[in-house]
Design a protein around this ligand. Structure first.
Ligand SMILES: [Zn+2]
Length: 335
């Protein structure tokens, strides 16, 4: 064997090792799907994530501005803030909360206007609507009506019936959040908070943690516990949809009543319809879908109304987002 041949052989061997070691493109987990082109499913959670996690912060405490929002922003993680717009804590940091409202990782939610509780349904109406006006003032360009999350203030009188409460929330398009659950009341260490994330992943369901002060203020969660929790969430990001209570509620509500039909399935085009029983004016969250496409489609162009996207086919499956009631979904082979 000449030197040249030896070099060529060694190079070929190295190349084959390199190619073998090159990871496959990020594979999407295969959906449980029929074998015929056009067969489609709505994924349980957005982007096929295994579970959902939500971080919620009450009462507009200064340490939320100082410690929480910078840590969330750094990690591009969403937090929902149940502000008390008519309370002193927020007023003292008015400019900071205005800046926070413009942050894409901050969602503002209704925790009543003054947090003093309510003696009757008239007071509830006033507290809720003033808080609603204050939140809307932060978002002048946003469409209205839209859904906003509601968190009932704790430790104060609440003298309204369940029916009165429900009616006032419905009138203002408010969605009651899951019961308060968080440190230092229900969790006494970082490990106990992290266990809540693991449980959500184990069940494939929604988990959440609610906070007051972080690294100071009141009902304090130590900052190092909070950072440990965020590091855990970061490490599970591939499997977790980290979102806010309204996005979770919208996705789940739409998915539960979604009806997906294959209208046409041909070699060069698949057409589907997607509807749900939820009011499209308030429930416009795109659902994540998977459709089986013909084996020779390597990539796919997806059109719904004026929205055009593109997705790779993996094992004959294409994953994409579509809005219920947003018009026919058209899939065509691309490139
Ligand atoms: Zn509160």
């Amino acid at each position: 064997m000449t030197l040249k041949k030896i070099l060529t052989t060694v190079t070929a061997l190295l190349m084959s090792v390199c190619f073998a070691a090159t990871p496959a493109p990020a594979a999407q987990p295969a959906a449980d799907l029929g074998g015929n082109p056009g067969d489609s499913v709505v994924l349980k959670w957005k982007n096929g994530k295994r579970a959902v996690f939500m971080l919620e912060f009450d009462d507009s405490y200064p340490t939320q501005i100082k410690n929480v929002i910078p840590e969330l922003t750094k990690r591009e993680m969403v937090g929902t803030f149940y502000i008390v717009a008519g309370g002193g804590l927020l007023k003292n940091l008015k400019t900071a909360w205005e800046q926070a409202a413009a942050n894409p990782y901050v969602v503002l939610a209704n925790h009543t206007f003054t947090h003093k509780g309510v003696q009757n349904v008239e007071e509830l109406e006033t507290e809720v609507s003033q808080a609603q006006d204050a939140i809307n003032a932060y978002y002048p360009g946003r469409k209205n009506p839209r859904l906003i999350s509601f968190g009932q203030p704790g430790g104060v009188p609440w003298k309204v019936s369940k029916e009165e409460f429900k009616a006032v929330l419905a009138k203002h398009n408010l969605i009651n959040r899951p019961h308060f659950y968080g440190p230092p009341f229900h969790h006494k260490s970082a490990a106990e908070m992290i266990a809540v994330v693991d449980l959500a992943l184990k069940k494939g369901e929604m988990g959440h943690l609610d906070f007051h002060g972080v690294g100071g203020d009141w009902h304090v969660t130590p900052l190092d516990w909070f950072i440990a929790l965020l590091d855990k969430l970061e490490s599970e990001r591939d499997r977790l949809w980290i979102t806010d209570p309204i996005s979770w509620h919208q996705y789940q509500t739409e998915r539960k009543t979604a009806e997906l039909k294959t209208l046409k399935s041909e070699a060069t085009e698949i057409r589907l319809s997607l509807s749900s029983q939820a009011d499209p004016a308030l429930y416009d969250m795109p659902l994540s879908l998977v459709t089986r496409v013909p084996a020779d489609w390597k990539a796919c162009a997806i059109t719904q109304g004026t929205v055009k996207t593109r997705a790779q086919a993996v094992d004959g499956q294409v994953r994409y987002d579509a809005v219920p009631g947003g018009g026919e979904i058209i899939l065509q082979p691309a490139g």
